[in-house]
Ligand binder design. Structure first.
Ligand code: NAD
Ligand code: ZN
Ligand code: ZN
Length: 373
């Protein structure tokens, strides 16, 4: 069948709206009519070339929600009509990591930037027959898409997919960065550096964990202001500007937990985070770093590690298993414990995707969301 999708032809490059050929679902795969997709910064790292995908052209997007319209052979987990969210880690449930309750580290994660499906072949093709990759084994920037059933999580139908889709990356990643990776405790002082689509949910996670003080650090004034609505107690433009207040709150010791969810995290920012946590404190690195730089940016004082027993912890997908976390987060939304509607600053059509990413880069959005017609 044919579908319209946002295609990256070169990197760095822009998204082009093109008509593509989409194959029938193969064994274990389903055809999904997409309803909405969030616009995560990670796909901007693909288009900018900071985190290149292994095959071009490619369709981006991994924070999607849609409705199952057709089943391939041997599909056991879904029925036509199911509402589904995408999971950019297609957790197998059987590897060492899945079996240990860490589906976010499933061995299939090694494939997420290769561009092909789990069997090594492609479902999308240009009209002149070239294979088209998908990011995160998803490719949610398409009106229709074929997914392996491992890449989908079934959810209840009561929450509109244009809201629920945020849980498919930003909410799980940000919330888990505070609750699971940061292990925020009641009374903690927490700094969240970078309060966009991910960081705003780290603020929500810290709030739900009972943090006494949540300091949002972001150079964009609107983000600082919006963070207060999500539970931040104060906000500043930089670590430097927050340092006096954090010292005052902690008797000069430093924050209990720092979460780094800036758009791009370099060693200098990790160094600032490390300097801002107390002894035995934790710096959670959620924002991604450029894969094309050599990582020698100065600024990280490693003596903080051995001499002050500090921890730097990377966190993928909020260190949470998608099939467990997504339904629980939606239940928290139903119970009024986390905000989702307010995360969506603006909705766009598929054709407006480059405007939407311009708005993200300019700091105008918490999250932009594409609503398919
Ligand atoms: N680890 C994971 O599993 C995972 C999952 C999804 C996204 N990510 C990454 O998380 C990061 C954030 O994604 P997002 O969608 O929230 O992006 P976003 O653009 O919505 O938000 C980033 C925020 O960081 C702010 N910022 C920029 N430089 C800063 C600095 N030096 N200090 C403090 N704040 C700064 C920006 O103003 C913006 O508000 C990206 O790197 C993204 O690729 C990681
Ligand atoms: Zn994402
Ligand atoms: Zn696995």
């Amino acid at each position: 069948m044919k579908t319209r999708a946002a295609v990256l032809r070169e990197s760095p490059g822009e998204w082009n709206i093109e008509e593509l050929e989409l194959d029938e679902p193969k064994g274990g795969e389903v055809l999904v009519e997409m309803v909405a997709t969030g616009l995560c910064h990670s796909d901007a790292h693909v288009s900018s070339g900071d985190n290149p995908i292994g095959h071009l052209p490619a369709v981006g997007g991994h924070e999607g929600g849609g409705i199952v319209r057709k089943l391939g052979p041997d599909v056991t987990d879904f029925e036509v009509g199911d509402h589904v969210l995408t999971s950019f880690i297609p957790a197998c449930g059987k590897c060492r990591w899945c079996a240990s309750g860490m589906q976010n580290l499933c061995d299939n994660g090694a494939l997420i930037m290769q561009g092909h499906q789990l069997d090594g072949t492609f479902r999308m093709h240009t009209t002149d027959g070239k294979d088209v990759a998908t990011t995160g084994l998803c490719g949610t920037f398409s009106e229709w898409q074929v997914y392996d059933q491992l890449s989908l999580v079934k959810i209840d139908k009561d929450i509109p997919l244009e809201i629920a889709c945020l849980v498919a990356c930003g909410v799980q990643t940000g919330f888990g960065s505070a609750t699971t990776a940061g292990n925020v405790q009641p009374g903690d002082v927490v700094i969240v550096a970078g309060v966009g689509g991910i960081g705003m949910n780290a603020v929500q996670g810290a709030r739900e964990s009972g943090a006494a003080h949540i300091i949002a650090v972001d150079p964009v004034a609107d983000k600082q202001r919006w963070a207060l609505d999500f539970g931040a107690t104060e906000s500043f433009a930089s670590f430097v500007e927050s340092a006096g207040r954090v010292a005052q709150l902690t008797n000069g010791q430093g924050a209990d937990v720092v979460i780094l969810s800036a758009g791009l995290v370099d060693n200098a920012l990790i160094g600032e985070g490390l300097a801002a946590v107390r002894k035995a404190g934790t710096v959670v690195v959620t924002g991604v770093s450029s894969m094309t730089e050599d990582g020698t940016v100065p600024g990280l004082n490693a003596s903080h590690l051995a001499m002050m027993q500090k921890t730097i912890r990377g966190a993928l997908f909020g260190m949470k298993s998608p099939r467990e976390a997504m339904p629980l987060l939606l239940e928290m939304y139903r119970a009024g414990k986390i905000k989702l509607d307010e995360l969506v600053t603006k909705t766009y059509s598929l054709d407006q995707i480059n405007d939407a990413y311009d708005d993200m880069e300019a700091g105008r959005n918490i999250r932009g969301v594409i609503r398919f017609a």
